[in-house]
Design a protein. Structure first.
Lengths: 309, 521
């Protein structure tokens, strides 16, 4: 079996040598790496223009954002299973071999491994919550309610499954695009296998996307992702039969995340009032989120007041 | 005035007071037990608190799938073993059934659980958990914790099911192995290889290095393998001096006395027996050895019933052994020896077996229908291990002889009771000769099976045994902890300590192959 590894990057010149070294150390060798540049302006492409012990291809994304770069990786590759790796993260030498073993054994739709979140000094900050990871609960709903992290890396996807589910990253969304891809991939009754080993290291750089101060784009992406989720879960005004319990839980989760975003805006942004006002305005004007807003307006929790008041 | 009259008078004259007083007495009686129970409850609580095992470190968590086995016994066993060292979580998890996941302070390790259970009985020969990948000790403290936990769990598992054979092999590569532990596990596993016995002798020569309990165990085992060989005799002489200065249990003193009886050092034997008696007046009837009893009785030192019984039995067993040798010699031309291996099933050899003038069988030896079709019905001699639990249920009367396969006149304790159990089935009971057992044990470096011991004796009397007179001998369908028989099927979890591969090699030297078969080869 041959695997496709997709690595989107933007100005990753300082990180690429590390991940390339990890890929060279893999004890499974039958894979192709697809490096997809998201308009890099540093010397990343120059670095990649060399021989590695593994087969690799380089692409330039025409669209903006990591999601579009990953989509280009998906459509440009053809092997049975594909895996995403972030250019600034690290993998263990048996990363690909363990995925290949599981894929060969039971041909699941999705394979997940565990990760560790590590700071740049090598200190372990956090990692996969083992009990959630091994829980037999519905993974799709766990993703909806945020019980498991919404990360596209640390997993292998069967290509035919991705194509059948039409699971691609949404266009022009730079924050939370993983959520939508994962919900599409996990929707239905996907056959999931897990590897109870911490094979992926998520390196938490101070300048990484998740640590940057929120902007108008962050706020817009948040609402857009919320709308896409509501559509996927069939919780919009145009849906004829709505699961009330699911609607309540999803609404609370969405607003809980909105509250977390406002906290981050308040702590990290210079123009916090403007951004919060934009967030309120976008939520209020979203027809797709009408049911969500309606539900929380009458809810016993304080979420509505916390965000919209 | 009697109580009854008093009470009746009170009931008639003051009925209200009668009932009030009666109720008071009932209430008071109810209070008494609770008052009495209180002091009892307190020590119970205290005992329970004392016995509570230490709680495992909260940072050591282990996850096991509830469906990992269908065996209730294995499930409980795993719960008990793991529960001693880690916080065990059992549930319906997403990982494979046979996996076990360790969470050591956030670091994750996986191992595979074996399934050492058959028919809800724990089977020997398997470790309980094996790491999927063995991490190096040096990499992190968590790695060493994981490796150490797996080690403890497996050792606990082996010990709890008395799998000394595996324990011995397991410790072969372990850094903490020392000579004492190697010898202890080998002897417990019935591994009597010459280097183990040499090391055991070395240990016995320096008794200060060993705990008294282990010292006695090692002596007993070496005595079982070497008999009264000169190497052990000098050690026994040393012990004879030590036991006079240091406190040793009386059963060991009596064993030493039995040893010296067998070695012919009667003076020292009586000295040890008298020392035991000086410590415990009842020791001669508590720890009974036939040879020693014969010596004590012949020396006129005791008229105790137990000593007299053992003396009589000693004489009768010795005489019967001689008679049985003659019996074998006279009947060797038409003697069928029928083992219990299932290899004869559906071969319809029953008639051929029964056509022999004498038929020898072992232990359970079921001859009921339909087994008799393949294994025959007649039985002239039963060779049995008195510990064998089926002997009493498999009553066979009017036997020519019963042979006790596990026991001898000198070192076997309490043989009287074992023989007594078998007395209703034949008045001719004898033992397999001690010299056959010792020679064979030293040759195959393990405790020999009853079948091999008997065939070796037969060989020593009559020479090569015709293959045509042997039935139900396979020696290949059993393994450590497993026994097979045509009537009982496969039995697992047993303490069988026979070395079947060595037995097979030895058996081939005793048997005369069918000529046609020899020619065809």
């Amino acid at each position: 079996m041959k695997l496709d590894v997709i690595i989107p990057f933007k100005d990753a010149e300082i990180h690429l040598p590390n991940i390339c070294a990890d890929l060279e150390k893999q004890n499974f060798k039958n894979f192709t790496v697809h490096f997809v540049s998201d308009h890099s302006i540093d010397d990343s492409l120059t670095y990649l223009d060399r021989e590695f012990s593994f087969e690799h291809k380089i692409y330039e994304s025409l669209e903006d954002g990591p999601g579009a770069a990953r989509n280009l990786g998906i459509t440009s590759s053809s092997n049975q299973y594909l895996l995403f790796i972030d250019a600034d993260d690290r993998i263990s030498p048996n990363y690909l071999s363990r995925f290949e073993q599981v894929a060969a054994a039971t041909a699941p739709d999705i394979i997940e491994c565990m990760y560790q979140s590590i700071d740049t000094d090598g200190n372990v900050i956090s990692g996969t919550n083992l009990e959630s990871f091994i829980s037999p609960d519905d993974r799709f709903m766990a993703l909806v309610y945020g019980d498991v992290p919404r990360l596209s890396w640390g997993k292998a996807y069967k290509r035919s499954h991705i194509e059948n589910q039409n699971a691609y990253f949404p266009d022009n969304i730079h924050n939370g695009e993983d959520h939508i891809f994962l919900l599409k991939a996990y929707k239905g009754s996907a056959h999931i296998e897990i590897i109870c080993e911490q094979l992926y290291s998520w390196i938490r750089h101070s300048h990484s996307l998740t640590n940057r101060a929120p902007t108008t784009k962050t706020v817009e992406d948040f609402v857009k992702v919320g709308e896409l989720k509501a559509e996927l879960l069939e919780l919009t005004p145009s849906d004829t039969s709505v699961d009330e319990d699911k609607l309540l839980k999803f609404s609370r989760r969405t607003f809980k995340e909105a509250r977390m975003l406002t906290s981050k805006i308040k702590s990290d942004s210079i123009d916090s009032e403007k951004l919060i006002s934009e967030l309120q305005s976008l939520i209020a004007s979203s027809n797709t989120l009408d049911l969500v807003c309606e539900t929380l307006r009458n809810d016993s929790t304080s979420y509505w007041q916390d965000i919209m008041a | 005035m009697g109580t009854f009259v008093k009470k009746t008078k009170k009931l008639i004259l003051h009925p209200k007071k009668f009932f009030i007083d009666r109720q008071r007495k009932i209430d008071a009686a109810k209070l008494v037990p609770s008052i009495q129970q209180k002091p009892q409850a307190a020590p119970q609580k205290k005992t329970a608190a004392k016995q509570a095992p230490p709680k495992p470190n909260p940072n050591l968590k282990v996850y096991i799938n509830s469906s990992f086995t269908e065996s209730g016994k294995l499930f409980q066993h795993v719960k008990n073993i793991f529960g001693k060292y880690v916080n065990l979580h059992i549930g319906d998890y997403r990982f494979p059934k046979s996996d076990v996941i360790f969470d050591i302070s956030g670091r994750i390790y996986s191992a595979e659980l074996s399934s050492p259970a058959e028919n809800n009985i724990l089977v020997k020969g398997f470790l309980l958990a094996t790491p999927k990948e063995t991490p190096s000790h040096s990499e992190s403290k968590f790695n060493s914790t994981f490796v150490e936990l797996i080690h403890k769990i497996n050792v606990e598992h082996m010990k709890s099911i008395s799998d000394f054979n595996l324990l011995y092999k397991y410790y072969e590569d372990r850094p903490e192995r020392n000579e004492n532990s190697q010898v202890k596990y080998a002897l417990s596993a019935g591994i009597y290889e010459s280097d183990i016995i040499s090391k055991a002798i070395g240990i016995l020569e320096n008794p200060a290095t060993l705990h008294q309990r282990d010292l006695i165990f090692t002596f007993k085992k070496v005595y079982r393998v070497l008999g009264t060989e000169q190497r052990l005799e000098s050690i026994a002489n040393k012990f004879a001096a030590i036991v006079k200065k240091e406190p040793f249990p009386t059963d060991f003193l009596m064993l030493l006395a039995a040893f010296f009886t067998e070695s012919g050092d009667f003076k020292r034997a009586l000295e040890m027996a008298n020392l035991a008696k000086s410590k415990d007046a009842a020791s001669w009837s508590k720890h009974r050895y036939l040879g020693l009893a014969h010596l004590i009785y012949s020396a006129g030192l005791s008229e105790e019933l137990a000593v007299k019984q053992d003396h009589d039995l000693y004489l009768s067993l010795t005489r019967n052994e001689w008679e049985f040798e003659n019996y074998l010699y006279e009947n060797c031309r038409s003697l069928a020896v029928v083992g219990n291996s299932p290899i004869e099933l559906s071969k319809r050899k029953g008639e051929a077996i029964d056509s022999h003038s004498k038929v020898v069988r072992f232990n359970s030896a079921i001859t009921d229908y339909p087994h008799c079709l393949d294994y025959g019905k007649r039985i002239s001699v039963l060779i049995t291990n008195p510990r064998y639990y089926e002997t009493q249920r498999n009553r066979k009367h009017e036997l020519d002889f019963i042979l006790i396969s596990d026991g001898n006149l000198f070192s076997t304790k309490d043989l009287f009771y074992k023989v007594n159990d078998l007395a209703p089935f034949s008045n001719k009971i004898c033992l397999l000769p001690r010299k056959v057992d010792l020679k064979l044990t030293q040759k195959i470096c393990a405790s020999p099976s009853s079948g091999l011991k008997f065939l070796t004796w037969l060989y020593e009397i009559n020479g090569l045994i015709s293959e045509k007179s042997l039935f139900g001998f396979s020696l290949t369908d059993q393994a450590h902890g497993i026994a097979t028989s045509y009537s009982g099927g496969r039995k697992v979890g047993l303490n069988t300590i026979h070395n079947w591969s060595s037995e097979k090699i030895h058996l081939e030297q005793l048997v005369l192959k069918d000529e046609a078969e020899v020619f065809s080869k």
